[in-house]
Ligand binder design. Structure first.
Ligand SMILES: Nc1ncnc2c1ncn2[C@@H]1O[C@H](COP(=O)(O)OP(=O)(O)OP(=O)(O)O)[C@@H](O)[C@H]1O
Length: 308
């Protein structure tokens, strides 16, 4: 299928309301094809709900979601998307070989050699029943199924959490190689900030069901500065709040430290340095009310503040 749309994902006012309240609210952003994007947020932020909407497991209450320009409700998108769910559902009575055969029979673009390579490199026997595998080995088989499908969009819900460090390293290498070689778009929810920093070039940050940040990492991260100095009357200097956008402020003894989005030069009376991606993400995770930041590229009308 040719791609009329350069956007792998377009969410417009997407929302999901449960009886207890909104799991996802007024979520609007675009993800261009070919990126590896992290979906980040504290527990309960709405990450799985968003991935559920993208895989039609969750019916949105408001808004629309398009994948490659096609409404997610259109069956045409199904063969282009792979989803690796948090609980990695597989048939426990099937052997690994039978599981891969199922993948082959269900998916026209199936890459058997790739799927087998992923399984074999973890020394998982093709004859073993899924129910007898360790959690990490099952995850490896689930990865093989997801990759073997050769999707254009790979959706992963906390994919690496039960892999050992070597397997994690291997899978993240595979993800990056796939994205580079085939232009696969990856959207991956994760709590592992150092891994995100190593792998991802796009960020979607959610808190309490709402979008807090979206865009290219090399636009979002440099939009921030870490500022430290002497606290004023037990808090951060008023100038930081009035002239710049304050994301997070912390006071320890007589010192303050703050993550800000500067609008113009910062006063010489403070020390300012560029934060790492992990420092930016941690600040947003600790501050669910942080003002929203959407890059131009990721922006849909209605988003509030814009980075370069
Ligand atoms: N089926 C459901 N019925 C009612 N509430 C739900 C349902 N699914 C999710 N929620 C609620 O929606 C909110 C968002 O949940 P979601 O699972 O999307 O968060 P998450 O960011 O994936 O969290 P985690 O990091 O813990 O996996 C939570 O408050 C959760 O309790």
């Amino acid at each position: 299928m040719s791609d009329p749309s350069p956007w792998a994902i377009e969410a417009d006012g997407l929302g999901k309301q449960y009886r207890r309240g909104w799991a996802l609210r007024d979520c609007s952003f675009r993800l261009p094809a070919g990126h590896i994007c992290a979906l980040v947020g504290p527990n309960g932020a709405g990450k799985s709900t968003f991935l559920g909407a993208a895989t039609r497991l969750v019916q949105p209450t408001t808004g629309t979601l398009r994948l490659f320009g096609v409404p997610v409700s259109d069956p045409a998108v199904l063969e282009r998307v792979s989803f690796l769910a948090q609980d990695k559902p597989l048939y426990p009575r099937f052997t690994v070989a039978e599981t891969l055969r199922l993948g082959r029979e269900l998916n026209p673009r199936w890459d058997q050699a790739l799927a087998e390579r992923i399984v074999r490199s973890g020394n998982v026997p093709l004859t073993a029943r899924i129910g007898t595998l360790s959690g990490g080995q099952r995850t490896r088989v689930a990865f093989a199924l997801a990759f073997g499908k050769r999707p254009d969009l790979l959706l992963l819900d906390e994919p690496m959490s039960d892999l050992d460090p070597l397997a994690r390293h291997e899978m993240s290498g595979l993800l990056m190689a796939e994205a580079a070689e085939h232009g696969t778009t990856v959207l991956m929810s994760s709590h592992m900030l150092s891994e995100i920093e190593d792998m991802c070039d796009y960020l979607i940050v959610l808190a309490e069901g709402q979008l807090r940040m979206a865009g290219q990492t090399d636009v979002l991260v440099p939009a921030h500065m870490l500022v430290t100095g002497v606290a004023v009357e037990g808090g951060v200097p008023e100038e930081l709040r009035s002239r710049h956008t304050l994301v997070e402020a912390r006071v320890t003894g007589r010192q303050f430290s703050a993550l800000v989005r500067p609008h113009g030069p910062l006063s010489d009376s403070w020390e300012a340095m560029s934060p790492s991606m992990e420092e930016v993400l941690l600040a947003y995770l600790r501050s669910p009310d942080a003002p929203t930041l959407i890059s131009d590229e990721a922006r849909f009308d209605g988003n509030r503040e814009t980075a370069a």
